[in-house]
Design a protein around this ligand. Structure first.
Ligand code: 9YT
Length: 132
């Protein structure tokens, strides 16, 4: 069994800070679950162009407010607490936060730990792992 707390993970190198967001990666590939699980904060005003070509991701909004635009058809969906979106087609999208959002994110295949977006808004399949 694996038991961790967000507070302890946030104080460790499991917390990754990038441009417009930070993410605390609570479960990773090394945990052997077949997915990774993160608590991500999207900063107010962030406008993230993302395209997870190598991963499927689902994202549940815990708090805050924003929207997601599907770049395939231009549709914009509001995001508020209780909303989940799943990028089941590796959908190219733009994520915007009008108020800071806390999100619970699941990735399949699981992240190794240190991933940040490449210039296409994707994570590479290989990355440095977080130990411990
Ligand atoms: C919602 C989203 O895709 N944000 C970027 C960070 C990502 N969720 C992560 O690495 O945890």
């Amino acid at each position: 069994m694996i038991v961790r707390t967000l507070a302890a993970a946030e104080a460790s190198d499991r917390r990754i800070v990038s441009d417009g967001w930070d993410s605390t990666r609570l479960l990773l590939k090394s945990d052997g679950m077949g997915f990774s699980f993160h608590i991500t904060t999207i900063y107010e005003g962030a406008n993230l162009e993302l395209h997870y070509q190598n991963h499927l991701e689902s994202v549940y909004c815990i708090s805050g407010e924003g929207e997601i635009e599907d770049e395939a058809d231009g549709k914009v969906y509001p995001i508020k607490p209780g909303t989940i979106y799943a990028l089941d087609q590796h959908d190219k999208h733009i994520l915007r936060a009008t108020k800071e959002m806390k999100m619970a994110c699941v990735f399949n295949p699981p992240l190794h730990g240190k991933e940040v977006h490449n210039k296409e808004g994707a994570y590479e399949l290989d990355a440095e792992a977080i130990q411990g």
